[in-house]
Design a protein around this ligand. Structure first.
Ligand code: ZN
Length: 202
C-alpha cells in the first residue's frame, strides 16, 4: 500500500505540465465506451487500450457479470448501465473477460466457492435468464477455462440485450456491443466475431 500512497502524493506534480487537459475534464465527460470488466487486479483496461482520462466509463464486477434485467432490481450494475446509456449516450459497450478468471473457475467448479455464499449467489446471476419458476442456470460452460470464459462473455452480452433502454438503442443502430477476452500472461486481446461464437485476435 505504501508505494501506492507515495505515487498518489506525487501525482499532482507529475501532471503539472498537462494542466490544461486535466482542467477540461472538470467540464464533463463523454466517454467513448462503457467498458465492463472483471475486478481482477491483473486486468487494467486503460493499460491495454491506451485509454486516457475521459475515454472509458468503467464498470468492474466480479467475473464481469451483468445480471439479466429486472425492472425492480436494486442493483449497482443496472444503475451504472442506465446512467452510461441514458445519460452519457455511450455508443459502444465492451464486455471483457480474461484468462485465469476466478469467477469463471467458480462457475465451472462450484465446489471452489462452497464456503462463500455471497459469491455463490452473485455467480448464480451469470447464467442464462430463467423462465418463470425455473432455477438460475450457471452450468453448461464445459471444463475448458478459455472457452468457458468466452462463452460466459457472450452470455453477458445477451443479458445486456435484456435491458429495454439497451435493446431500443441496438435496434435503432445507436449502440454496438462487443465481446472481448484479455490474456493476462501475454496481453493479447481477442474479440467475438459478430454473429458467431468464435473469438479471434483484434
Ligand atoms: Zn475475473
Amino acid at each position: 500500500m505504501h508505494t501506492l500512497i507515495e505515487h498518489a502524493r506525487a501525482f499532482p506534480a507529475k501532471i503539472v505540465d498537462q494542466q490544461e487537459r486535466f482542467a477540461r475534464l472538470a467540464d464533463g465527460q463523454q466517454p467513448q465506451v462503457l467498458f465492463i470488466s472483471c475486478s481482477d487486479s491483473r486486468v487494467i483496461p486503460s493499460m491495454f487500450t491506451g485509454a486516457r482520462p475521459g475515454d472509458l466509463f468503467e464498470l468492474r464486477t466480479e467475473g464481469n457479470i451483468v445480471p439479466p434485467y429486472r425492472a425492480q432490481a436494486v442493483c449497482g450494475v443496472a444503475g451504472s448501465l442506465e446512467f452510461a446509456v441514458q445519460s452519457l449516450h455511450v455508443p459502444d459497450i465492451v464486455v471483457c473477460g480474461h484468462s485465469h478468471c476466478g469467477a469463471v473457475e467458480g462457475l465451472i467448479r462450484p465446489q471452489h466457492v462452497q464456503t462463500m455464499p455471497l459469491v455463490r449467489r452473485w455467480l448464480s446471476r451469470a447464467g442464462r435468464r430463467p423462465k418463470a419458476g425455473e432455477p438460475w442456470q450457471t452450468q453448461g460452460l464445459g471444463q475448458d477455462p478459455t472457452e468457458a470464459t468466452q462463452q460466459h462473455v457472450l452470455t453477458q452480452l445477451d443479458h445486456l440485450r435484456s435491458y429495454p433502454f439497451i435493446a431500443r438503442r441496438l435496434s435503432s443502430g445507436r449502440l454496438r456491443l462487443h465481446g472481448w477476452y484479455y490474456t493476462v500472461e501475454t496481453g493479447q486481446v481477442l474479440f467475438a466475431v459478430s454473429g458467431t461464437r468464435v473469438f479471434k485476435p483484434l
